[in-house]
Design a protein. Structure first.
Length: 380
């Protein structure tokens, strides 16, 4: 019964993929406008079968000169991030659900069987694997000699980064109805930080799992299980001693890293990643609005409501522009200062569940079909 409820909730969030009638629930029609900027395709390649037909968000990662990408069937590639030229590849020949985590010269993946796998970032050779209590759908986190992984059953597990041996775990109470997916943990200093489907965000001692502090980001409301959903799916962002995080049917919030004390909070609902650039937070909410907030105060700077119910990805900023991809594969480019539409292009009809990446003045889009494209801003 629980799996059916999860699937039903995801269909309700899918927006543009299931509604076609003009009854107020259909995706908003795209309107014409005069472009003020254009994007130039730098390179493009194909990564196996991409995300597949499920709900995976296998996310590419970049370090140094390489971008690492994997498809849901386990085909892993390391590419030159400037040219797309392949440096090495490895076929794990097993279905994957979560990843990629990167750190300490290791790549971390989660398979459909509930195992976390550590590979060498140099050549993809397996270093170790560890069976966990549930499916891994997010990116494992690594730092300070530990690997932190959250699983669909609400458990946070912390492993030794060199051997994969379990150090400790924490079980979070699970609501009856949750979104399919989990927020990636954060490892910083001597602490592990993790968000859970019950709307809580906790800090743990990385060595022994002692809870350092706990904060509620969202409080369940309403009568039905659907109304009470308060999942935190976006990975918390840590900068200058402050965490920024967002929840579904809850809040966009800034918290003190040391104490968990809220610095500000604004009502918000999103199941996509948020983006922090300079002193501005950008997000795509669950209705398809793109919004910009002050990172210092939480005050709203602008909103764009031209893309309602189009199943937007989380946003990313490149230069003076903010981008998001909708469920039909259109990338919408907005002016970062005003939120006005600046450009539009179609990346791929399959859409893009994986978060957009920006590195060295390039934007990377990993489409659900497996197409990986790098773009740069082109002056008109």
């Amino acid at each position: 019964m629980r799996l059916l409820l999860v699937a039903t909730a995801l269909l309700a969030l899918a927006g543009c993929s299931i509604f076609s009638k003009k009854d107020g629930t259909e995706p908003m029609d795209l309107v014409d406008f005069t472009p003020t900027v254009s994007l130039q395709k730098v390179w493009q390649t194909k990564i196996g079968k991409g995300q597949g037909a499920g709900d995976t968000r296998l996310t590419p990662v970049i370090e140094g000169e390489l971008i690492y990408v994997v498809d849901h069937r386990g085909r892993l590639q390391a590419l030159d991030h400037r040219t797309g030229k392949q440096r090495w590849r490895r076929n794990l020949k097993e279905p994957l659900a979560g990843g990629i985590g990167l750190g300490q010269n290791k790549l971390l993946l989660g398979n459909d069987s509930g195992e976390v796998i550590a590979l060498s970032a140099n050549d993809g050779q397996e270093l170790w694997r560890r069976a966990l209590s549930g499916e891994v759908l997010s990116q494992p986190a690594i730092g300070g000699g530990v690997v932190a992984v959250t699983t669909m059953d609400g458990r946070l597990t912390v492993l030794d980064a060199d051997t994969g041996a379990q150090l400790w775990s924490y079980d979070s109470p699970q609501p009856r109805l949750t979104l399919r997916g989990r927020s990636a943990p954060v490892v910083a200093g001597a602490a592990v930080y993790a968000a859970f489907a019950n709307g809580r965000f906790l800090a743990f001692d990385a060595e022994n799992g002692l809870i350092l502090w706990e904060q509620r980001v969202a409080m369940p409301k309403g009568r039905s299980d659907l109304e009470k959903m308060v999942d935190i799916l976006a990975t918390p962002i840590l900068r200058d001693g402050i965490f920024y995080l967002n929840s579904y049917q809850g809040h966009l919030m800034a918290l003190s890293r040391g104490s968990g004390r809220p610095l500000w909070a604004e009502e918000s609902s999103s199941h996509q990643e948020i983006w922090l650039q300079d002193d501005v937070i950008y997000l795509s909410d669950s209705d398809g609005r793109v919004l910009a907030y002050s990172a210092g105060s939480g005050s709203e700077r602008w909103r764009n409501e031209q893309l309602l119910r189009r199943g937007l990805s989380g946003p990313a900023q490149l230069g003076d522009y903010v981008m998001a991809v909708d469920g039909k594969g259109y990338m919408h480019v907005l002016d970062a200062a005003s939120g006005d539409m600046a450009a539009r292009l179609r990346v791929d009809r399959s859409g893009a569940r994986a978060p957009l990446l920006v590195h060295d003045e390039l934007l990377y889009v990993y489409a659900n079909s497996g197409k990986l494209v790098a773009y740069r801003i082109k002056a008109r």
